[in-house]
Design a protein around this ligand. Structure first.
Ligand code: ATP
Ligand code: MG
Length: 382
């Protein structure tokens, strides 16, 4: 049997990037031979084995054939006669279809090296269109490698568009769509993921609510810029997501986020972002009144549930900063307002009623008294 390093590990090493995970392909072996060599079988849909010592994944070389619709509509065929070239041909992009043997020699039947140097994401073969997940993967690679200057080959984009228009993307499970989205949000230029999905007509299929928002002017450009600013600031995934979708209304957010089963850390922040932006914009063009108006400040903190959810409030400040910067507010003023809001949160959180105060008050009056003390703390805020 011959063993080759494949996929991201080869690609990233050639790009001079750190390699986190190594995938191997084994040619000329049977499951029995693998087990006899000490590998442990783990694959469910096709034969994958873990190396006895490194525990790295070793897949038997295989062929894939389209049998039905959607990403599950595949039959895989493996045998000791499947060649390395055949296995590489079923892969998505040429830069992901380079194999390296133990002596370092590269097998590159589809021009992956040339595309790596030319910084091009190009599909390997027409079989690309058999798996709609690949549209999302290419968008994600575009976002991840955008800082290196990668772009999508025109013929690949054309194919992606055709795949979207066929309606096949709607067969993707919400989990897979969200998984790709979450990974994309963590990349250097996550806004590329969404712009590629728009350019390939895929966004309307998988996130119609967001697609509609991004088409609006100027909201679409601001949402995209807000995501860019949040990512450039190194914000966490939920902050990036909320920066992008914060302008969707409650119904749109709820439709989008429940359909994709977006985790609470993301969805709650998006909901709070929308709620607070309505509160802050009600009747005001500038948010500067928050620097001076204790009543408004407290209303904002209450609406954000900022005292019980201090961490989420802090995350929201990041969303707010990204969104206001994207909307053209001066960075210094945003920073001043955010530090003011943080101080306000701390000052209110520090308000505690002592035992004698509590004992002197009838139960129903406690909340009102506490609120009054918080207002007082906010009025005294320097
Ligand atoms: P990463 O660094 O994110 O792990 P990767 O390229 O290694 O990037 P994996 O998802 O680990 O991506 O997949 C390993 C390899 O398997 C890919 O490089 C590609 O060759 C192939 N592959 C994975 N998913 C698909 C798919 N849906 N269609 C075609 N080929 C795929
Ligand atoms: Mg990998």
């Amino acid at each position: 049997m011959q063993v080759y390093l494949v996929g991201g590990a080869v690609r990233d090493a050639l790009l001079g990037l750190p390699v986190k995970e190594r995938d191997w392909v084994v040619v000329g072996a049977t499951p029995q031979a693998m087990e006899a060599a000490g590998f442990r079988a783990v694959g469910r849909d096709f034969p994958v084995f873990l190396h006895p010592e490194t525990h790295e994944e070793h897949a038997l070389a295989r062929l894939e054939r389209k049998t039905g619709s959607g990403y599950r509509g595949f039959s895989t065929e493996f045998s000791p006669h499947v060649t390395l070239e055949e296995d590489l041909r079923r892969r998505d992009l040429t830069i992901n279809a380079i194999a390296q043997s133990a002596d370092g020699a590269l097998t590159d039947p589809y021009g992956g090296l040339a595309d790596l140097h030319a910084r091009i994401l190009r599909h390997v073969s027409p079989a690309f269109s058999e798996d709609p997940l690949r549209v999302l993967r290419v968008a994600r690679f575009a976002a991840r490698f955008a800082p290196l200057g990668f772009s999508i080959a025109p013929e690949t984009l054309t194919l992606m568009k055709r795949m979207s228009e066929s309606g096949e993307l709607t067969t993707l499970s919400p989990e897979r769509v969200w998984r790709e989205t979450e990974l994309a949000l963590a990349t250097g230029q996550p806004e590329r993921f969404f712009s590629v999905l728009r350019a390939s007509a895929a966004l309307a299929q998988v996130m119609p609510e967001l697609d509609a928002l991004l088409q609006k002017s100027p909201q679409g450009a601001i949402a995209t810029a807000a995501l860019h600013v949040a990512a450039a600031a190194g914000a966490e995934g939920p902050v990036r997501w909320a920066a992008l979708v914060g302008d969707l209304d409650e119904n749109e957010q709820s439709a989008l986020q429940s359909r994709l089963r977006v985790p609470n850390a993301y969805s709650e922040l998006a909901i709070v972002t929308h709620r607070l932006s309505r509160l802050m914009n009600a009747g005001h063009h500038s948010h500067d009144h928050l620097l001076t108006d204790a009543g408004k400040l407290l209303e904002l903190l209450e609406s954000a549930d900022a005292l019980r959810r201090a961490e989420r409030f802090e995350a929201w400040l990041g969303v707010y900063a990204a969104r206001t910067e994207a909307a053209g507010q001066p960075v210094q003023r945003i920073a001043a307002l955010c530090s003011r809001l943080k101080k306000a949160q701390k000052a209110c959180a520090a308000v505690k009623l002592d035992k004698s105060e509590l004992e002197a008050l009838p139960g129903p009056a406690i909340a009102a008294h506490l609120r009054e003390r918080r207002l007082q703390a906010l009025r005294e805020l320097k």
